[in-house]
Design a protein around this ligand. Sequence first.
Ligand code: SAM
Length: 202
Amino acid sequence: MRLHPGAKPEFVLHVESRQAQLRSELPACLPAPPASIVLEIGCGHGHFLARYAEAHPDRFCLGIDIIKDRLERAAKKGRRAGLKNVHFHKTEATELVECLTPGIVLQAVFLLFPDPWPKKRHHKNRLVRPDFLADLARHVVPGGAFYFRTDHAEYFAAGRAVLEQHPDWQIEPTAPWPFEEATVFQLKAPEYQSLVATRRRT
Ligand SMILES: C[S@@+](CC[C@H](N)C(=O)[O-])C[C@H]1O[C@@H](n2cnc3c(N)ncnc32)[C@H](O)[C@@H]1O
């Protein structure tokens, strides 16, 4: 999390202690490094990732969200299906990217129906933005994929423009969507758009 230079000292301490906790608890939840994993940001109730993990037993999948009860329901799905290759963790995306265990790299990242932050003054909170994509790219293997799907047409267009101009990412217009499983928000969306980008190799 990029802290505002004027952030209050007690807030800075709070963020630092949360990040220290994340750094200490993540290694026990992830495969031993070096390892490559699949990440879903804002996994909600885990519909997509639980089914993805079931269909890809050779991949370890990490789902993150900031809402505890959604994660509890996601974890229940994983347990009920007897999945050993999926873990759901309560953390915020920018903090995860800062605190990801050394030696763990991302082979694919899914961002499905992220909060669109429709008001202009809130666009800075969107995850498909240059600085977050640069921080994320540092953990993604060259050629690794970023999968973005949203029903918010303006966010989709803005996200595509950000990715088109981004030095770390390349849009793959013909790349197929790798796995279909409707999320809670997908089921409610009359229509949506999808985009695949890959981490540049240079
Ligand atoms: C619109 S919901 C979509 C949930 C799910 N992907 C779906 O399609 O049903 C967005 C989700 O992202 C989570 N979220 C929002 N900002 C986040 C962040 N910065 N880091 C991690 N999760 C976040 C929210 O708590 C919420 O569960």
